[in-house]
Each structure stands twice: as C-alpha cells, then as structure tokens.
Design a protein around this ligand. Structure first.
Ligand code: UD1
Length: 356
C-alpha cells in the first residue's frame, strides 16, 4: 500500500527577505491556532538586523531554522548556498508541503529545492506578472508558478495570467495575504512627523543599478521636494549604488533620509503622507488599502488592481513622465474597496489545504 501524506501533515514555510516576513506572519499564526505542524525556515537572504531580525521580533516570528548567512556572495553563489542548506533541512524535516511567498530570490530557491526533492509546492501570491523581464522578480514569479502544485492567487487577473501560461490546475483565488497583516498592525496613532509630507521608497535593481535611470528619478524628486519634504528610508541596495555612482550627497539633499523602518513605522509614514512615491510592490498595495495617493516609479505593475480599484498611478522612470504624473495626480485621500482584501486570506489558504 502506498502511504499518501496529507498536505497539512508537516509544512515547511520559507522566508528570507524583508517583503516575505509580513506574508508568512499571518500564515504561521494561523497554523499555530489550527495546530498544524510546521517549521519556518529563514534563508538569510536579508541579513542586516533592520532588514530581517527586527521583523521577526515585530511579527513575533520564531524561525525554526536560520540558514547560515550568504552575505557577500554573488546571486548565483547565494542560490547555490541556500539550495544546499535547504536540502539538509528538508531531508531532516521530511515536509509534506513546502510553502513559498512572493517573488524574491528565496521564493525561487525554495521552489527549486522542493521540486528537485519531489515535495509538493505551494506559492502564495502566485500569478502576478509585470511582463518586464529586466526585473529579477519576474523570472522568480514565472519559474516558481511553473513548479507549483498549489497556486494561491490574490485576484482574478492573476488566474488569467496563469491561464495564458497554460497553468490551470491547483489555482485558488484567496485574496491578498499582506492585508491580513496590515489590518492587525495599522494603528490610529499620531502621524510620525508634523505637517504635510511625501513618503518615498526606492530600491528596485532596474531603477537604482542603472545610473541613468537613477539620475532621472532623483532629478524628478528634486522638483517635487519644492512642494513638500520627502522622507526616504534608505534601502541597503540604494545606499550601495548611490555610493558607487556618487549620488549619496544628492540623495541627502533631496530627501530626509531615514534608516530602514519597521513595518509599523512604514505603515504610519504611508498612512499620514499626502503622497507616496515608490517602486515597491507591497507599498502599492498598502497605499491602495489606506486610500493614500501613490505614484509608482516604474513603467508597469504586476498589481494592476491597485490602479483599477486603488490609488495607484504608474509614473514611469523618466524625469518628465514622473513630473507629468505628479502634475495630474489627485492628492485627496479616498476610500477603496478591493475584493478579498479582508484579512481572511490565511484562513482561506488553510481551508483549501485541509480539503485536499
Ligand atoms: C530584494 C528582492 C526585492 C524586494 C527587496 C525588499 C530579490 C530579487 N529582490 O531586493 O524583490 O523588494 O528585497 O527589500 O530577491 N543587503 C544588505 N543587507 C541586507 C540585505 C541586502 O546590505 O539585509 C545588500 C546585499 O548585500 C546586496 C543588496 O543589498 O548587495 C541587495 O540585496 P538583495 O537581497 O540582492 O536584493 P534587494 O535589493 O534587497
């Protein structure tokens, strides 16, 4: 007789970079509530205290495994290093299911190891597509989805994206897991600073690794700062590239620089801002939920629902396109309603896993 294991027998949840932590937090909490056996594995992709450890404290996450840091390794060496370490963990734990979230390198590494070890794989936030192959995240999304048995998608358009790639089995519309966390952490507290201000985040490889694009974005922000003080928490990648291109002094002149923020601080800065400028994926969603106008400093988004039903405008990456979008943006806050952004996504995922 072949012993068939149920998906929920023993689940390995993978996280590794900052935008993963707010996605695994509600899931792990729900697993604890439901008594579902699981381990949380931190790949160590983000290794600085303020990019990783501080979030474990904030979300009360206790990874069962912290893989040895891959600090200083090239991307390929980092992949190889995490793959080997994850293989050892999976050999020991024998998970019945591996769950990965989002689109960072750790997502794809987890997916590859699960596939090579023939362990069923679930991807939370499946089906998002920017169609921009310059983004490392796009390859991570497409490849992870191709390998996944369970594709937990946030919206109907993601179902359509997957269908175009002939992925139809195992697709479940469950909503946006980020909102589960946001609803728990949003506070009615005071603004983090006095007066009217803009809040910006900037770190995407295709924006800050290219000196021309980086220069265009800074040049636009230099105009915007005439209207309001712009706060920018400085991401390690952005700092490194600004140093390399000699832009650091300029960054300090244009923006009021902050260290990387906690999740709660980031939400507070967003909530009370007159305008948010960002190249992050999650912040497009958070501002849409909070009803705060957002200019996305990219040429496209894998989250079109934030443009259709939220507060997001795609501003491009040239000085002129950003200034043009800025001139046209409506700076009024507004209430938004987006299907399944209701804080119940982790519950829906668990219901599906229990059924199969
Ligand atoms: C990664 C994700 C991106 C996500 C972002 C959020 C990929 C491909 N990209 O980008 O989708 O939006 O995280 O932060 O996975 N570094 C530090 N300290 C750290 C982490 C990184 O100094 O804690 C340095 C690294 O050494 C590297 C650079 O920052 O030189 C970029 O780190 P990396 O993990 O490659 O990607 P991110 O740009 O952070």
């Amino acid at each position: 007789m072949i012993f068939m294991r149920h998906s929920t027998d023993h689940i390995a949840v993978i996280c590794g970079a900052r935008p993963n932590f707010m996605k695994v937090a509600p899931l792990c909490a729900a697993f604890v509530r439901e008594g579902i056996s699981h381990v949380l594995v931190n790949t160590g992709q983000h290794f600085s205290k303020e990019m990783a450890a501080d979030f474990f404290d904030e979300f009360q996450l206790e990874p069962t495994y912290h893989l040895p840091s891959s600090e200083g390794l090239s991307t390929c060496a980092q992949f190889a290093h995490i793959m080997q370490e994850l293989e050892s963990v999976f050999l020991k734990e024998q998970p019945s299911l591996v769950l990965v979230v989002g689109d960072v390198n750790s997502t794809l590494v987890g997916a590859l190891v699960a596939n090579k070890m023939q362990i069923p794989l679930g991807h939370i936030e499946a089906g998002l597509r920017s169609h921009n192959w310059k983004m490392p995240e796009e390859a991570n999304r497409v490849l992870t989805d191709t390998l996944s048995d369970f594709l937990f998608v946030p919206s109907e358009e993601a179902v359509e994206n997957l269908r175009r790639e002939s992925i139809v089995d195992g697709v479940h519309v469950v909503g946006n897991i980020m909102i589960d966390t946001l609803q728990l952490f949003i506070k009615n507290g005071k603004p983090p600073t006095e007066g009217r201000y803009y809040f910006a985040t900037l770190h995407r490889a295709e924006n800050v690794d290219d000196p021309v694009v980086f220069d265009q974005i800074l040049s636009a922000c230099d105009e915007l700062r005439r209207d309001a003080q712009i706060f920018l928490p400085l991401h390690p990648r952005t700092k490194k590239m600004a140093q390399q291109y000699g832009y650091l002094e300029r960054l300090g002149r244009i923006f009021t620089l902050l260290p990387p923020l906690s999740y709660g601080e980031s939400l507070a800065y967003q909530k009370h801002a007159t305008l948010v400028l960002t190249d992050s994926g999650g912040i497009q969603e958070e501002t849409s939920f909070l009803g705060v106008p957002c200019l996305t400093i990219r040429t496209e988004t894998e989250r079109p629902i934030t443009v259709e039903l939220g507060t997001n405008t795609i501003a491009g990456v040239s000085r002129e396109s950003i200034l043009d979008a800025y001139r046209r943006v409506d700076l009024k806050k507004r209430t938004t309603t987006i299907p399944l952004w209701d804080g119940k996504t982790s519950e829906r995922i668990i219901d599906i896993l229990k059924e199969v």
